[in-house]
Design a protein around this ligand. Structure first.
Ligand SMILES: Cc1ncc(COP(=O)(O)O)c(C=O)c1O
Ligand SMILES: N[C@@H](CCCC[NH3+])C(=O)O
Length: 443
């Protein structure tokens, strides 16, 4: 397993993250457990911020909180001076409760509800990224009722298909997101938005997909957005002070994944903006981006305990852990690949090829196929790397399995930032109708 950030094998032959022995974390918090290398999260934040600073352009790096949104994470993002992108009232609530400055929050989504819009306007968030014509009118009306003017970016689909899994690619024309550039919707949307008195149009937003390893898609998106901005200026006189190019920067999950250093992505984007706007005599806009996965992905490791094994001679050996698709649905959803190691026997040679099964009642609940490991025993601790993004965030209670806790580790210290769910959390919202026999249980 590739060791990211501060992860290393210590003198005891154990995996250590943030200066804390994984076996110690397991003893203290149990498994499954999400462990975040806080130093690596902060390093990634700084790589983005520093690279933008070096460009000389004005910028905002908005962490896409959908990747992993808990209050402690919002605190880190705030401390690192970044902005925050939310896509639901739940994410917004989390950020506000964590004391995140509202003016640095951007609200996304293709179906924001009236309640969500009201909540966000009341909180005085920094900007709405408007997705469609219905939202334009709704937002204008609600802002009017509240006698407020709200800042908006319009999300456009630039027609760029990034090389990524079909379900996580969003910039192409046939997408549920945004105003299409090719068919004229984007221009109509700008004109309509400009005519609505409670909206202040800052510019446009484009997001071409996720887990992207090349700069080409970003370059083309920047070029298309610039072309559109120039056209808008020609037809309406409107000049965009802000361009948002979304997120999507890839990370290394397994061998063969070849992400570029953050600075290379940022330089490609800022150069493309300078070139395409500057060459058209367009005032250089402020550049916003929304990295999610690339901020937290490789900083996360999930620790599991091996519970059972099943050897089918000549076919396969299954090793079952005490989590699975409930804490990491990505293999089942996207055939996502992961690397893993035995955290308690980190120096031992590989001796067998096994497949890691989850504990859900579902054949598709497999975490990793054909993994080389030392001879696995019941009770071993399996560490799966790169689980920081879209794992806790997409975890479920399928089979009424309790979601694991989350720990941040840094400089030899561990802090619980999300408690493991309790049985009370599991049945906390259940109600037994009065017409049914009531039970009294001691909880
Ligand atoms: C609009 C938008 N911004 C940002 C992101 C974050 O993407 P990533 O986690 O790939 O950086 C996403 C998700 O793909 C998104 O849909
Ligand atoms: N959930 C996806 C990424 C979605 C990106 C959000 N627009 C993943 O785990 O890879």
């Amino acid at each position: 397993m590739y060791l990211h950030g501060t992860s290393k094998v210590n003198d005891q032959g154990h995996l250590e993250i943030g200066g804390v022995d994984a076996t110690q974390l397991v003893a203290e918090y149990g498994t499954p457990l999400y462990v975040f290398d806080e130093a690596l999260v902060r390093q990634r934040c700084r790589e983005f911020v520093d690279a933008f600073r070096a460009s000389g352009l004005k910028f905002q790096v908005a962490y896409a909180s959908k990747a992993f949104c808990v209050m402690a994470m919002c605190r880190i993002v705030e401390e690192e001076g970044m902005s925050l992108d939310v896509v639901s009232d739940g994410e917004l609530y989390t950020a506000l409760q964590a004391g995140f400055p509202a003016e640095r929050i951007h609200f996304h989504g293709n179906n924001k509800t009236v309640d969500e819009i009201e909540m966000a306007i009341d909180a005085q968030i920094g900007c709405f990224v408007v997705d469609n014509f219905i939202e334009l009118q709704l937002l204008n009306a609600i802002a009017g009722d509240k006698r407020q003017k709200v800042k908006v970016l319009l999300r456009i689909t630039p027609g760029v298909e990034a090389h990524t899994h079909e379900f996580i690619s969003t910039g192409q024309t046939d997408s549920k997101f945004g105003f299409d550039l090719g068919n004229g919707s984007a221009m109509r949307a700008i004109k309509e938005a400009a005519s609505l008195s409670n909206l202040d149009v800052l510019g446009v937003h484009s997001h071409i997909g996720s887990q992207i390893f090349e700069v080409e898609g970003f370059r083309i998106a920047a070029e298309k957005v610039a072309g559109f901005a120039v056209q808008v200026r020609k037809e309406t006189g409107i000049i965009f002070p802000v361009i948002n190019l979304g997120g999507g920067f890839g990370i290394r999950y397994v061998e063969g994944h070849t992400p570029l250093p953050v600075a290379v992505y940022v330089e490609a984007i800022t150069e493309a903006i300078k070139e395409n706007f500057g060459n058209n005599d367009y005032p250089l806009p402020e550049i916003w981006v929304e990295p999610g996965r690339s901020i937290v992905g490789d900083a996360g490791t999930t620790l599991y305990t091996v519970g059972t094994t099943k050897d089918i001679p000549g076919v396969r050996k299954y090793v079952a852990v005490d989590g699975g698709m409930t804490d990491n649905p990505r293999p089942a959803l996207y055939e996502a690949e992961y690397e893993a190691m035995l955290a308690n026997r980190a120096t031992e040679q590989s001796e067998e090829v096994v497949s890691i099964a989850g504990k859900c009642c579902e054949s598709g609940d497999m975490l990793i196929w054909d993994l080389n490991l030392p001879k696995v025993s019941v009770g071993d601790i399996l560490a799966v790397s790169c689980t920081g993004a879209y794992n806790y965030a997409m975890a479920s209670n399928y089979n009424r399995i309790r979601r694991p806790g989350v720990v941040f580790v840094k400089d030899g210290q561990s802090d619980l930032v999300v408690k493991r769910e309790s049985f009370d959390n599991i049945i906390g919202n259940d109600l037994i109708p009065a017409r049914m026999k009531q039970v009294s249980t001691t909880r």
